[in-house]
Design a protein around this ligand. Structure first.
Ligand code: C2E
Ligand code: MG
Ligand code: MG
Ligand code: MG
Length: 275
């Protein structure tokens, strides 16, 4: 026998699937124009060093949709990834970042670096390394100022492609960071197989830091391990003064999180940090 509540539950489910499909279609329909019209914007979130100064920034994209307003990466990046459009968006953001580095260099801020995110789908295009090399040449920037952020799952999904790209770019002087380190299951394995320059401690580590002594010990160990391997450590998702104090005690090289700033537009970033 079919119960009314089950029928309703099923309808609700189908309704939400339909909504999802419609939204997904809209995102894809609007994407080309959005890219052309500058609706996709580079936002920057500062990374603060042990000296309390801003040294680096992460590039995070924001979509200012002409009708729908601000759309966050979580609501469009997976759709672009599923439809093989992410590469076009990432290429655009990488180019914005390179351009920004060139502008800063001329303005006397050539010591600041920007890290950009690389999606696993980007790696299906064999020329990711060449794209970065060409961008550095086109904008005449020091490759060491442009960092790539790659997650463990990206590396695991495409180990060979990833490893090739990482080796090629590191040889050219670009820096590579392991994003969301510790959020997956084979982080240590990855450290053994991939040489990188930066370890980004996943924000999951910080969540229980205030109540949990074991969490503190694990963070300490990971930071020490990274340093032993000559990697700089960036802690992500830093929100409280207690976290700042503890991470600084452990000599965590850079701190990134809402405690210091949310990701902000480039002009706002310049006003805040270059004034
Ligand atoms: P991610 O690369 O790990 O970036 C860090 C995310 O954590 C960002 O979310 C950032 O706004 C957020 N965050 C930073 N500090 C804090 C904090 O103190 N507390 C909390 N709760 N969150 C904090 P966002 O900008 O929404 O981006 C989410 C994810 O989307 C990114 O994770 C990255 O994987 C992806 N993403 C963003 N922009 C791009 C892009 O241009 N290309 C690609 N391929 N992926 C991107
Ligand atoms: Mg990242
Ligand atoms: Mg991250
Ligand atoms: Mg992430």
């Amino acid at each position: 026998t079919i119960r009314t509540q089950d029928v309703y539950a099923e309808q609700r489910f189908e309704q939400s699937l339909l909504e999802t499909a419609v939204k997904e279609r809209q995102i894809l329909n609007d994407f080309d124009d959005a890219l052309k019209n500058g609706e996709l914007r580079l936002f920057l979130q500062p990374q603060i060093g042990l000296d309390g100064k801003m040294h680096r920034a992460e590039a995070l994209s924001r979509w200012f949709h002409k009708d729908r307003g601000l759309i966050m990466p979580g609501d469009f990046i997976p759709i672009l990834e599923r439809s093989d459009n992410i590469y076009r968006m990432d290429h655009y953001i990488w180019e914005q970042a390179a351009k920004q580095l060139a502008i800063w260099e001329k303005a006397g801020h050539g010591d600041v670096s920007i890290s950009v995110n690389v999606s696993p789908k980007d790696l299906y295009y064999g020329d990711v390394a060449d794209i970065f090399i060409r961008l550095a040449e086109k904008y005449k920037i020091n490759p060491a100022r442009l960092h790539l952020e790659i997650t463990e799952s990206t590396i695991i999904e495409n180990f060979d492609a990833c490893n090739l790209i990482i080796e090629k770019l590191r040889k050219r002087g670009f820096l590579v960071g392991l994003d969301d380190f510790g959020s997956g299951y084979s982080s240590l394995n990855m450290l053994q197989n991939i040489q990188a320059d930066i370890l980004k401690l996943d924000m999951g580590f910080l969540r229980k830091l205030d109540q949990w002594e074991r969490g503190k010990q694990i963070i300490k160990l990971v930071i020490d391990l990274a340093k032993t391997l000559d990697m700089a450590v960036v802690a992500e998702g830093v929100e409280t003064a207690e976290q700042v104090q503890y991470l600084r005690e452990l000599q965590c090289d850079y701190l990134q999180g809402f405690y210091f700033s949310k990701p902000i537009a480039v002009d706002e970033f310049e006003k805040k940090y270059f004034a």
